[in-house]
Design a binder for this molecule. Sequence first.
Ligand code: ADP
Ligand code: MG
Length: 238
Amino acid sequence: MSAITLKGIRKSYGDLEVVHGVDLEIASGEFVVLVGPSGCGKSTLLRMIAGLEEITSGEMWIGERVVNTLSPSDRNIAMVFQDYALYPHMSVEDNMAFGLKMRNEPAAEIKRRVDDAADILKIGGFLDRRPAQLSGGQRQRVAMGRAIVRDPDAFLFDEPLSNLDAALRVEMRLEIAKLHRRMRATTVYVTHDQVEAMTLADRIVVMNAGHMEQVGRPLDLYRRPASLFVARFIGSPT
Ligand code: ADP
Ligand code: MG
């Protein structure tokens, strides 16, 4: 059974359709990377999966449920953005615990989960600090920790590393790969970095102007791009 299923998903803003009927089945534990030029609809698609954006037509399934009308908090999906969106006035620990407190989880359970996630992400040493006292890479780890503690059915990443410098980007990419090997959580990851796409993805979805140009395993797209457009994005010489 697939973890996330998109059936004929369309999105319009006013008269302008920006996502033109996307069909995609994402398997449980799969790491799917969305690539494509700026404005092609990657973030819109991700936000529709998260429930942050209404679907104009089509069906969105998470597991065995149609979630079209479910609010983000009822979907059990965690989204990590490039700008972290941490609460500046809260400690690292409180940032990570916030969502669980909102769900009225018992304090001991919250502490256990925060400590586990902090351990995995190696941020246990600065749980008392505020976001402003952290480096960019550390802030990104906290944002990931906040997602992990919720034990979501799926992780959505929207260009999570694009604000980091090159060295940190490599470090965090390896961290995300390690995290995925460990947790095997269903993941949809948007990037325009072809190395991230090639190394992280089980499957890559190449988007072009609101539709899927090609879907496949990284090496298959590399060896057999369906179009010049795909070849340009995956970087194989044609
Ligand atoms: P990407 O993430 O691939 O860069 P987006 O999903 O952000 O692309 O945007 C897809 C298209 O939808 C773009 O043409 C963008 O201008 C348009 N768009 C995105 N959000 C809105 C909005 N809130 N209102 C109107 N148009 C939007
Ligand atoms: Mg975007």
